[in-house]
Structure formats: C-alpha cells, structure tokens
Design a protein around this ligand. Structure first.
Ligand SMILES: Nc1nc2c(ncn2[C@@H]2O[C@H](COP(=O)(O)OP(=O)(O)OP(=O)(O)O)[C@@H](O)[C@H]2O)c(=O)[nH]1
Ligand SMILES: [Mg+2]
Length: 592
C-alpha cells in the first residue's frame, strides 16, 4: 500500500514500524512470553500486507452468506450446521481451488476489483461445540484491521457474543455490527428496538463509542444478486430494489467505496497500535504481578534473617549464663588453690612435698576436686542447648518457606507465567533454597552434633594447654590441665625444687612460690574460660554462616530481579505513552 500513501502517511508508517520493533525489544528485555514476541515480529510483516477485513460472529450467523452476497457469488459454503471450519482468506485473483496454508487457513481467489485493496476473511463461527474452531478464530483476531461482527436480529448479543466482542475489543479493533436476518423480522418496529438495545448494551457493557450498525438480510441480498446475474444472462433482469429496513446496499457502499478510498489507510495504521497497546498492558500486568512475587519473596527472606538474628541475639545473652556458671567453678578452684598452698607449702610438710605423686594426688583431690566434671557438665548443657536451638531455627525457616510457597500457589502467583525466564530462575533458586534447609533438617542429629562440638572444644583445650592425651574426655583433660600444668610450670613438681627444699625456710621464697602458683591458677582459669567462650562464639558464627550461605544467593537474585522489573515497568510505561502519542498523530493526519 506504500505507493498510495502521502508523504506524511509514509512517515507515520515508518514511525510505527520503529515503534513495533522497540516494543518487541522492550518486552524481550522484560522477559515477555515468546508468543508475544512472535506476534510482534509477525506484526512487522503484516504491516506491509493488504488490509484485512475480518468477518466474525457465532456459527450460523450468516457470515459466509454475507460475503457471498458481497461478491454476488457462492464462493464460500453456507449451511445450517457449523460450516466454515478454517480461516478463509479471500484474495484478488482468478477463481480456482482454494490453497491450504498450514492446518487452519485456506486462501481463496476471486477477481473482484475491491480485492485489489483489501482481503476479506471468513472465519469459523464461535460458540459451536467445536471449541477448537473458536480458538482458531480468536487467534486470528489480532491480525484484523476491521472486524465485521455478524449477529442475528432474532438473537442480538448473546452472552458468548459479548465475551467474544470483549476479546476483539482487547486487541483494540474497530468493529462494525452487521445485524443479519431482517427478512425474518416480525415487524418494522423490531429493527428499531434491536438497534436501540444493541446501541445501549454495547455502549454500557463494552464501553466506548456509539456502535456502527447495519441491518441486512444477507440471504436476500445474495439471492437478488444471483437472480440479477441469471436474468442478465437470460436478458430479463428485474431492477434491483432495496427493501425497506435493509441496509445491505449502504454497507456495501461503505465497504467498497469509503473503506477502500479513505478509511482504510487510517485503520490499517491504527490496528497495529491496538495490538501494541494490548500486549503492553498484558505484560505490564505480568511484570507487576512478578514484582509482587519478588516483594513477597523478599519479605520471606527478611523473616528468615529476623529468625537468624533473633537466634544469634538469644544465643549471645543466654550463653552468658553458662559462661558465668563456668567462671564460678573456676573461681572455686582458685579459692581452694590459695588455701591449699597456704596450708601445704611449709617446712613441716617437706616429706610430702618430696613425694611427687602424693603432691599431685592431694592437689587433684583438694584443689581441682569436682571442677572438671562441673565444667564438662556446663559445656555439655551449653552445647546441647545451642544445637537444640539451631534445630528449632532451621525448622522455623523451613516452615516459613513452606508457608510462603503455599501462599503464592493459592494466590495464583506461581505458575501464572510459567514460560518466563523469571519464573524458571526463581523456581530453580527457590528449590536450591529449600533443598539445603530440607537436607539440614533431615540430617540433623542433635546428639552427634553436640558430641562433635564438645570434641572440638576438648581438642582446643588440649592443644592450648599442651596436654597431649588425645583419648581423654574434656573432664580428664581439665584435670590434667589443672594438676600437672599448674604444678609443673611453677616448679612444684620438679626435682630440683625438692632438692633444695631448704628454700621454704626463707619466707620470701615461700611467698614468691605461693604467688606464682596463685597466678598460674588464675591465668589457667581465665585462659580456659576465654577459650571456651571463643569456641562457643565460633560455633555460633558457623551456624549463622550456614544459613546465610543458603539465603544469600536468593537475596542477590531478588535484588537483580527487582532492579530489572523496575526498569521494565518504566520502559513499558514509556512505550505505552509512545503508542498513545502516535495514535494521536495518526488520527490527526486524517481529518474528518
Ligand atoms: N432467513 C435468512 N437466513 C439466512 C440469512 N443469512 C444466512 N442465512 C442462513 O443461515 C444459515 C447459516 O448461514 P452461513 O452463512 O453458513 O452462516 P455462517 O455464519 O457462515 O456459519 P458458520 O460458517 O457455521 O460459522 C444458512 O442456512 C443461511 O442460508 C438471512 O439473512 N436470512
Ligand atoms: Mg461460514
């Protein structure tokens, strides 16, 4: 059609083509469904094709009869049962057998002049029991430049017609109503009543302008033309008179003259904009619902983080309680140590002090006493409690994720756009988020875990205090730490000291030794409590990290997705404004 356009119109076509491509890019960035992108690619090609006048309506409405009447020939099959089964495109050319294009389209040719400028499409009727055929017709609607909607005078606007009209309207198509069967009217008033009814219902139920309507009898028009043709051949033609109330001739004039000459170019330019607008709206809705999903996912992750934070804070405060118990035990050791030293490091005790085993035994029984067992017990309690709380944390996280999935599924947010890349990535990541939680819970063996933690503490103590007895439990290690280490390091147990036991006679020497021992015990006790506290913090940090590692990839995904969706919304909204702007220019370019 390009050669027939004015310069201004050609510019508009170029602008429109660019806009279609731009919208395709926008939707492609926005992760729009493949079908939409394909529709847009096709739209570019369709812009170069002839104007498509699509005749649609329910089965048996008289669509094929109407087209035949227009042609004055029985090109399309007519009948009382669902008759037209495929999209039938009527194109200019010599008559011949129709040509099948794919499964659902057939091309017919007919040498009628008007077909040089537009193609007429007969479609399978809607609302028959052939649901597939309705789908074919619905699928073809986006391609129409103008829809002739054939309905029946005896049953104007059924519920299913209204639904189908809604679909046509969604794609922004201009519709002309053809009310067929006026030959079957009971009275002339019937036409007026139906006209009013239709105008009112279409206006209120579908919104928009006053509908354009033509009341016709397709069958009578066809018969008249066929008779005229026959008469012309036999040379006794009756002058064709238009029946009262039958607007077939006006409609024909509109289609063959007005449409062909002026309106066609404008409609042809406007129709891609309707498609763009519809696709943009639809995708905008999808993007918004995706944004809701991202927000909700984000809320869940925040809830998980809150759980984790709550857990960590609770651990920090409650662990103080256990560490206090621990320090209490240790200060008992210090106190007992002081008394013991005062009582035993004296000259009168020289024989005992010469006996290394005896010293060790007494020190262990009287100073170290129950402390290692107490400490071991506190450590076990502390670890058991930490591990138990950690199990509770993971259980809560799992419940949170589960409830979230159930909520999304119930709201329909999941699977609503299952073909999109977003949906795919999200489900995969969500599964990756859920699996480790599930696995952690499935494998959780609180006893073994607690044993492991205590074991690592035992190793740390043995290592830090140089007690090289791997097979012993924490309690035994502590006994060794206090007895051997304390006594050894101060020299109480060394032979040299005993050799010069005379030292004890010098009061200053004695005091010094007692002070050394006291300091040693205090230091051991401080070191030990710091070590256990550090080990405990380490364990907490590990637990924290474990959960963070699970949720962080998903948090990052959501962050990227959120940014992407924001950008998509902005771009889609901008494209929609451009569609509006171009529409105004097109309308303005065709005065009248
Ligand atoms: N009385 C009367 N009958 C008509 C008129 N138009 C069509 N018919 C009859 O209605 C029946 C259906 O006509 P078709 O043209 O095949 O209807 P259609 O809309 O193409 O139907 P499908 O192809 O099945 O969707 C045929 O028997 C026609 O003869 C009309 O104006 N008046
Ligand atoms: Mg038909």
């Amino acid at each position: 059609m390009n050669q027939l356009l004015t310069r201004q119109q050609a510019d508009l076509v170029a602008l429109e083509r660019r806009l279609v491509l731009q919208v395709r890019d926008t939707l492609s960035h926005a992760g729009g469904p493949r079908a939409d992108l394909e529709r847009l690619a096709q739209l570019v090609t369709e812009m170069d094709e002839l104007f498509l006048l699509v005749v649609a309506g329910e089965y048996n409405a008289g669509k094929s009869t109407f087209i035949n009447a227009l042609l004055g020939d029985e090109v399309f099959a007519m009948g009382d049962l669902p008759t037209t089964r495929v999209i039938s495109i009527l194109r200019y050319g010599e008559t011949g057998p129709p040509e099948a294009v794919g499964e659902h389209t057939r091309i017919y040719r007919y040498p009628l002049d008007v077909l040089r400028d537009l193609e007429i499409v007969d479609t399978p009727g809607t609302n028959s029991i052939e649901r597939m055929e309705e789908e074919i017709t619905r699928g073809f609607v986006p391609r129409a430049d103008l829809v002739l909607f054939v309905t029946s005078l005896l049953q104007p606007l059924t519920a299913s017609e209204l639904d189908f009209l809604g679909h046509i309207r969604e794609w922004g198509k201009k519709v002309i109503f053809v009310v067929n069967g006026v030959d079957r009217r009971n009275s002339d008033e019937q036409i007026g009543r139906v006209r009013e009814y239709l105008a009112h219902e279409v206006r209120t139920r579908l919104g928009g302008l006053e509908p354009t309507m033509y009341f016709v009898s397709a069958l009578r028009a066809l018969r008249r033309k066929l008779a005229a043709k026959g008469a012309a051949q036999t040379d006794d033609a009756e002058p064709s008179s238009t029946e009262r109330g039958d607007e077939c001739a006006e409609l024909e004039r509109y289609l063959i003259e007005t449409l062909r000459e002026t309106e066609r170019v404008q409609l042809k330019l406007l129709s891609p904009l309707g498609v763009l607008r519809h696709l943009l709206e639809r995708n905008l809705a999808a993007i918004r619902s995706r944004r809701t999903v991202v927000q909700e996912d984000g809320n869940v992750l925040r809830a998980v983080r809150d759980q984790l934070e709550g857990y960590t804070t609770e651990m920090r405060t409650d662990s103080e309680r256990y560490l206090l118990e621990l320090r209490a035990s240790l200060s008992q050791v210090e106190r007992r140590g002081r008394t013991w030293l005062e009582r035993n490091i004296r000259v009168g005790n020289i024989n005992l002090l010469r006996n290394r085993d005896a010293v060790e035994n007494r020190f262990r029984n009287e100073v170290v006493a129950d402390a290692p067992r107490e400490i071991e017990e506190v450590v076990h309690r502390m670890v058991d409690w930490t591990v138990g709380r950690n199990l509770k944390l993971w259980t809560a996280v799992f419940a949170e994720l589960d409830a979230h999935t159930a909520r999304l599924r119930a709201s329909g947010a999941l699977g609503a756009h299952g073909d999109s890349e977003f949906q795919y990535n999200r489900e995969e990541l969500f599964a990756r988020l859920r699996q480790p939680v599930e696995r952690r819970l499935g494998d959780f063996n609180a006893e073994a875990e607690a044993r492991g933690v205590v074991e690592s503490m035992r190793e740390a103590v043995a290592h830090a205090f140089g007690v090289n007895v791997l097979a012993l439990g924490l309690g035994a290690i502590l006994v060794a730490v206090f007895t051997t280490a304390a006594l050894d390091l101060t020299g109480v147990l060394t032979a040299t000291l005993f050799a010069i036991a005379g030292w004890f006679i010098i009061p200053a020497r004695r005091r010094q030794l007692i002070r050394d021992l006291e300091e040693k015990i205090a230091k051991l006790s401080a070191d030990l409590s710091a070590l256990l506290a550090a080990k405990f913090q380490e364990q907490l940090a590990r637990y924290e990290q474990q959960l963070l590692e699970v949720i962080q990839p998903y948090e990052r995904f959501l962050e990227t997705e959120r940014a992407k969706l924001e950008r998509a919304v902005t771009e889609v909204e901008a494209a929609r404004r451009e569609v509006d702007g171009l529409e105004q220019r097109i309308v303005g370019a065709f005065p009248g």
